[in-house]
Design a protein around this ligand. Structure first.
Ligand code: ATP
Length: 486
């Protein structure tokens, strides 16, 4: 009931928060509190078994087909740093776009910003990152590897030595210098999260958009953390991209909005192709909570090595607005004209990793089957997430077919990201597209010259239908996402 009421918020005629400020607040105070999504999202009784072979298969495919390359490979790379290749860049853009669509475009209560990576270091003093963004660190005296003390016992996982240093705190922020001469320049830090840019712009956004709580500020962008133990491919890297949203709410509504965002974010992952059995919500216990949090739940994914975080959703209370008010001397409050009250909103934050999400989507989509007696690898990516929406394939390289095929390509390119491939046998070309997740192929053959139609082939069923060339773009749009076809 509670979630049902909350789910209506987006389309509520009285605007964002209309339902919450009225009916749901009432429902919250009622004695018959409905079961929480957090309790409902227990892990399934029978979990799928993690599959380490899947990890190798996906990492291998990423390199072979141009999703992810080791960074600066010709110089021997740099540990746990990756460059995104042609297909990776397209896929990241699609994941970012899908997040943006649901968080910004389809709502009228969330606005975007794009804040600086380098900012005044006082921001990190106020946020607690300078003092508290640390991991306990130990060095192995034998092999010189460095580890997080809370992740290993008393033995070095690399060489087995027990000769470890005492644990000491290690700040995860990258320090740099702003100005031409290092000695006299001011120290600055690469942001370890995008959230603070949204808190310090709270008043700017309020004044320029005339939003009132509950409302959100969203942004995507790179973040940098000097992780001690990066690894598992792009799961944990020192440079990564985040997709974060800070939702400012009246304090009394914070618990309800926390549940709302947990449900909303879980369903986003399911919508874009992660099977329910590989998704769960795990609530942090008190000992795990960050210094700012009154409640945190992780959306977890079943990685090949077991359950791990995909996104963190936290009730950050008024910690950040209060801290920045105190440190800057500027009161970050909201003035409610209807009640005449000044107050500091609470913040619910869904914080997701773009690069980590891409990896989870690839792991969830990887599949093998047999088509016409031949093994194939297929990425069953959501059509909106796949790097290419469609591939145009002329049946032959003959000059008679090329002009029509290229004309179709140019028409489709106005609406979709397309690939074009005229080399090798058509069966091989279908396999190549299946392996990178292209949901549809348009095959142009000699009949096309006569009947002005082409064959549309579906990646998952391999079914082929004949479609008039004039209808191709609309048919493809509908198949990509019936909700969004225009
Ligand atoms: P973890 O416990 O995995 O270190 P965290 O709790 O520190 O993550 P948050 O600060 O909540 O992570 O960041 C939000 C999201 O950003 C994470 O859920 C994850 O998807 C992503 N993320 C965080 N650190 C990294 C990293 N080093 N590499 C890639 N993605 C990351």
């Amino acid at each position: 009931m509670l979630l049902g009421a909350l789910a209506g918020v987006k389309s509520a005629p009285d605007g964002p928060g209309g339902v919450l400020s009225g009916g749901v607040t009432g429902a919250l105070e009622g004695s018959a509190r409905p079961p929480s999504i957090l309790r409902r999202m227990r892990p399934p009784e029978t979990e799928p078994t993690p599959d380490p072979a899947l990890f190798d298969a996906v990492v291998n495919l990423c390199k072979r087909r141009g999703f992810v390359f080791p960074s600066a490979e010709i110089y021997g790379g740099i540990r746990s740093t990756y460059d995104y290749g042609p297909l990776g860049a397209l896929m990241l853009r699609n994941v970012r776009e899908a997040w943006w669509r649901s968080m910004v475009q389809e709502r009228d209560d969330i606005v975007p910003i794009d804040a600086a990576v380098l900012t005044n270091p006082k921001v990190w003093e106020a946020s607690g990152h300078l003092a508290a963004f640390t991991d306990p660190l130990v060095d192995c005296r034998n092999c010189k590897e460095r580890w997080r003390a809370d992740q290993i016992g008393d033995t070095c996982p690399n060489c087995g030595s027990k000769d470890l240093t005492e644990a000491r705190p290690f700040n995860l922020m990258f320090k740099t210098f702003v100005g031409p001469v290092e000695e006299s320049a001011a120290a600055a830090y690469l942001r370890p999260e995008t959230a603070q840019g949204m808190f310090v712009n709270f008043l700017n956004v309020l004044q320029t958009t005339r939003k009132r709580p509950p409302f959100g500020i969203a942004q995507t962008g790179r973040a940098f953390r000097n992780e001690i133990t990066p690894g598992n491919f792009v799961f944990r890297t020192r440079e990564f991209e985040m997709m974060e949203m800070e939702y400012f709410v009246p304090p009394a509504e914070a618990d309800a909005w926390f549940e709302y965002w947990c449900a909303e974010r879980l369903s986003w992952y399911a919508r874009y192709g992660i099977p329910e059995a590989m998704l769960r919500l795990r609530q942090h216990d008190a000992s795990e909570l960050s210094h700012y949090s009154a409640g945190t739940a992780d959306v977890e994914f079943l990685y090949p090595w077991g359950w791990g975080e995909l996104e963190g959703i936290a009730n950050r209370t008024d910690f950040d607005l209060r801290a920045h008010s105190e440190h800057s001397g500027t009161k970050l409050e909201y003035f409610d004209q209807t009640t005449g009250e000044h107050y500091m909103p609470y913040v619910i934050e869904p914080a997701a990793g773009l690069t980590r999400t891409m990896m989870a989507l690839l792991l969830a989509a990887y599949d093998t089957d047999v088509v016409a007696g031949e093994d194939r690898t297929v990425l069953r990516l959501h059509p909106r997430i796949a790097p290419y929406a469609v591939a145009v394939l002329p049946l032959s390289k003959k000059e008679t077919l090329t002009p029509l095929a290229r004309e179709i390509l140019h028409t489709l390119q106005r609406r979709f990201v397309c690939d074009y491939d005229e080399t090798q046998a058509i069966g091989r070309r279908y396999r190549r597209q299946d392996e990178i997740g292209t949901p549809m192929c348009v095959t142009v053959d000699f009949d096309s010259l006569e009947d002005q139609a082409a064959t549309l082939r579906d990646r998952d069923s391999t079914e082929q239908v004949r479609v008039p060339i004039a209808d191709l773009a609309d048919t493809i749009a509908h198949r990509l996402d019936p909700d969004l076809a225009v």
